[in-house]
Design a protein around this ligand. Sequence first.
Ligand code: ADP
Ligand code: MG
Length: 594
Amino acid sequence: MTIHVLSDQLASQIAAGEVVERPSSVVKELVENAIDAGSTTITIDIRGGGRDLIQVADNGNGMPADEIETAFQRHATSKLQSAEDLWAIRTLGFRGEALAAISAVSHTTIVSRDRQAASGTRLVLEGGIVVEREPVGAPAGTVIAVENLFYNVPARLKFLKSITTEKRLIDEFVTRYALAYPGIRFRLSHDNRVTFQTTGSGSTADVLLAAYGPDVTQQLIEVVPSAPGQAANDERLPTVRGFISDPALNYSGRNHIQLFVNGRTIRDTRLTFAVVQAYHTLLPVGRFPMAFLFIDMPPAEVDVNVHPTKVEVRFRDEGSVFSAVQRAARGALMETAPARGLGNWVPSDQGLTGWAGFRPRAERDDMPSGQLDIPWQIQGPAPEQSIGQEAPAVSLPAVETTRLPIMRVIGQVGAAYIIAEGPDGLYLIDQHAAHERILFEQFMTQRRGQGIVSQGLVAAATVYLSPSQSHLVEENAGLLSALGFEIEPFGPNAFRIRAVPAILSRSDPAGALAAVVADLENETTPLQKEIEALVVKRVCKTAAVKAGQALTRDEMEAMILQLEACEVPHTCPHGRPTLIHLSAATLARQFGRT
Ligand code: ADP
Ligand code: MG
């Protein structure tokens, strides 16, 4: 092949790949443009997860008729003049790439009317080429409809995930922008069904309520920006405001930590870590908070021109941003700590230093005491027994290596561990981990056998989810029902739980489902078996007795018996140990007897 310059169209297609990776990137760029245009209402209509249609309508400034075609050329922008402007950017866009990129890989129709103009213009582009243009009557503002995305880039089409995944990514972006711009009224619908809308009241809390529902919002703590003067009165220093979760609300992944810099949603592992650090000793290892933090600073302090999609930024003084974020989050946590109940929060192994709100156990009113009536065993015939009856009389190869010896309960320490004596020394059993293991094996046996026993709720519980979480529930409806959940839609992003797996009959059904959904959100495996195991583990974890619950001797004995019957008694389903063994020899050595 000879060296030659690529055709404009091919060059545009290649460049488009950087900006428009998937339907959600189109939504992001169009919404950013609508925000930059000073809109107060933005309406987003999606069909087929964005493959069939992405339409964004706004009531912003609109475009003058004689500029509208230019807007679709590469590197055409009204937001930047000179190189210095790059350091004073107040708009979300500035690269002039989005409209060119989007129209290069789709069928795009735009209707726009400049506020001052008497009529609007309608333009149709196919693969970036203008095929129609006419004046039309239209309200002030802009409507852009993107159809047949990637129709001319079949390779891209193949890389798209399921429609549900694409919908979820779109939901995430729209929710983020709604949070960053609470003064704008957003409405998002999928296939003609409104799934998310905000009032434009200007209050971030209102948007949180619309996106995450009352259960989650109630558990958020407001981060108020530090008073000027307190932070050396240096205006280059960032201010940080927003909301972070009470430690009781935590997740198994970091993806609920959302950061915004000057109104732009960004990804930054260091700043995410700053948030996580603020929770040091307040959360169990491997658990992460929810956070929505809005960081504002002079544009000259941050380079937004690092990445074509503008989701990564570089700070001039990274250290000061890091400490500002950490200080703001930690400050908010400490301020509210004394008033906070412990809820279902399980203390971490790392100790409780720095946790100002920790009260001794005796003072905690939310601590269950005495008789718990714990569901030790899943109802229904235990298949192990029938196997036992049919077992041949000859003795099988020893499985003692994995099985536990017979143990005698001595007592409980710290309302968390059972002490027992075995043939060879002492056993300390983690009551929560052990119970999780027991329930997990019983649940899986039941699933393989006659199926999961479901328990109807006397009063159906309502759970409010984010739009993306709702999609996950819909996507996994079959699995959830097979595992004993009976769930029905109850308005946009709300569900009614009518029945739960029987082992959850004593747990909060809405909390249990929310926890399952949070796990699903963090999981990326396409393997149905792994997804199922994830849900089952969560169900068992929720049903299992917690640390902090005092147990009666009968309850402890029942637990030890059940644990002895497990196939893999030494670890919980998540792989943590269920027990620590101090052999007679270890004890003797420790006491200097040998
Ligand atoms: P950028 O946003 O980086 O400037 P785009 O390709 O996204 O580049 O848009 C090109 C130009 O088209 C913008 O600079 C803006 O002037 C105009 N434009 C795009 N979308 C809108 C809109 N919704 N309302 C008004 N003007 C718009
Ligand atoms: Mg733009």
